[in-house]
Design a protein around this ligand. Structure first.
Ligand code: ADP
Length: 249
């Protein structure tokens, strides 16, 4: 991972560029980095704000031989690895908000967006995009639930050190994931970092919003909840957002 890095001062979105590169001659492990994204993307068509110079805006090309239904699990692998990397470089008590956000003191410092390109032959490539607010001194007023590593610790960080640590940890977990094909090999550690497990949560799905108790995370990365009628439901990543009852977490 990261043996070849394409660096941009400014780009629309590192995911868009990585998808294009992957279709041309981009190889597994190639990385796109940018100082600024003018059209950074979140899930479900949302916007990811990527101010210049103080964040990590990064996309990684993957070419796994996996069934398409496995790909959303890579989001959890990448999120877990970024959580570990942030913890080891900064010492901050970073946690995971299932499925794909990393939070510090209940505010979001990092998001992960996984996209894939499939044709009749199967998966052509996968792009994992990771955005981290690192040295921001303030966050945009539109993001009341966001923070940066610098704001939470009072220190600035070398972004390269975080990227390097992340790519090392991610390579190791990705290789193991391809072998095992589920999350069981790190699920206990993931759950230990997960803030919305064993809690009542609000599930936002299309235009609906309802409350349920988050009971378990499956080895396939799904969230198993018990709704207010007492029925169990499996929530898949990608189609929902989750919130706390009284706020973001
Ligand atoms: P959600 O957190 O609602 O599940 P996503 O994972 O798709 O959503 O992330 C997109 C959302 O993240 C945006 O709608 C916005 O609220 C928030 N966001 C955008 N840019 C940033 C940023 N730099 N830092 C933290 N949060 C951001």
């Amino acid at each position: 991972m990261g043996r070849v890095i394409e660096y941009h001062d400014e780009i629309d979105s590192t995911n868009i560029r990585a998808k294009k590169w992957a279709k041309e001659n981009g190889k597994e492990g190639n990385v796109v980095l940018a100082e600024y994204q003018s059209a950074g993307k979140g899930r479900l068509g949302r916007e990811w704000l990527s101010p210049k110079g103080n964040g990590i805006w990064m996309s990684i090309i993957l070419k796994p031989q996996l069934e398409t239904n496995k790909i959303p699990q890579l989001t959890l692998v990448a999120g877990f690895c970024m959580c570990k990397a942030i913890r080891s470089i900064t010492g901050l008590d970073a946690k995971i908000k299932w499925p794909n956000d990393i939070i510090v003191n209940n505010k979001k410092v990092c998001g992960v967006l996984t996209e894939m390109n499939i044709n009749a032959q199967g998966i052509q490539n996968v792009v994992v995009g990771v955005g981290v607010n690192v040295n921001n001194e303030r966050l945009d007023h539109r993001l009341p639930h966001a923070t940066s590593l610098a704001l939470e610790s009072g220190k600035n960080y070398d972004r390269e050190a975080i990227i390097e640590e992340f790519l090392t940890v991610f390579e190791e977990h990705y290789e193991k994931y391809k072998e095992k094909k589920d999350l069981s090999f790190f699920l206990e550690a993931y759950k230990a970092y997960c803030v919305n497990l064993n809690k009542e949560i609000k599930i936002l799905k299309e235009n609906k919003e309802y409350i349920a108790y988050a009971e378990e995370i499956g080895t396939d990365g799904t969230l198993i909840v018990k709704n207010l009628e007492g029925n169990r439901e499996t929530i898949f990543t990608g189609e929902v957002s989750v919130r706390g009852l009284y706020g973001y977490v």
